[in-house]
Design a protein around this ligand. Sequence first.
Ligand code: CUA
Length: 355
Amino acid sequence: MRRGSIVALLGLALIAGGVAAAVALVPTWLPETASREAGRIHFVIWFVVVICILIFALVAAVLAYAVMRFRVDDDDFEDGPPIHGHTGLEITWTVIPFVLVTSIAIVSAIVLARNDAQAQDTLRVNVTAQQFAFTFNYPDAKNVVSPVLRLPKGRSVELYMRSLDVIHSVFVPQFSQKEDVVPGLVTQLHITPTRLGTFPLECTELCGLGHSLMRTEAIVMEPSAFDAWLRQQEKGAAPPPSTSTTSTSTSSSSSSAAGLAAFKSYGCSGCHTLTAAKATGTTGPDLDKLVSYAKQAKQPLTAFVHESIVDPDAYIQPGYPKGVMPQDFGQRLTKSQLDALVTFLVQSAQKTGNK
Ligand code: CUA
């Protein structure tokens, strides 16, 4: 091979590799990392991307060089030279991919094993997914239930996830992990948050009409703030103010505060609009209009609201689908939660209805 050919090939490889590297590096493809696992996963991604750029540069350079250097004349209709294999070349293009693919497999296996490894003081969180909301339960802390996933920074956390209906999937882009939530199974996801902040937590499995609304937040807190929050929840106090769960009404009685808490923790806002809870879901009926719905259903307001929660298909508001609202709230809510929720909905419907 002539020295000029090698220089030309190298130049072409540098151009192709430079373009590919710019495409990989200049746009921000990946979200900021907020967990130790995400950092490892990003390492695997970049490991593969670097290999891809090298191979692409080599192939593009040889291709471009061959097109330019060995182009035949327009009137040359002869067959090409008969070539019957080249043992050295064939061994090379078998061994190199073998080494690369094996190294990717080894790196991935190490990262998967490390990402799943729980630390000594792992915090357990039970996740319940249903159409169309997630609820998070902290079993080590007298069964605290929350509509948002609160996590202490720096601590190993294991999610134990169950679905009450169809397949859902938990995804926090900044944690770089996704895990399906499958009926009849308990799936697990291990997270070690490393960055304080509020991150979106969304369902990434098409699970029905309200799929696009099935989203909440993962809030990573300082461990001391997290412990304080857990203790406060254990005492049954109102949730601390946060970006997403700020109470709208400062004059609400304790009963309507309990109703609002139930509304939020059971994911009602995933599907319903309710001004008093700053909920804007559109899958199910607009709860600001309960007064007129009850009139259409020819029922007294309180009885109508109660029936609609425990037996949602008994009356279907025209324009909304049947069989979408879960049938089991009657069993899942405690008696006092149900009463508080009904009272809260009736009060807020009367307020908006009278405006
Ligand atoms: Cu749950 Cu999509």
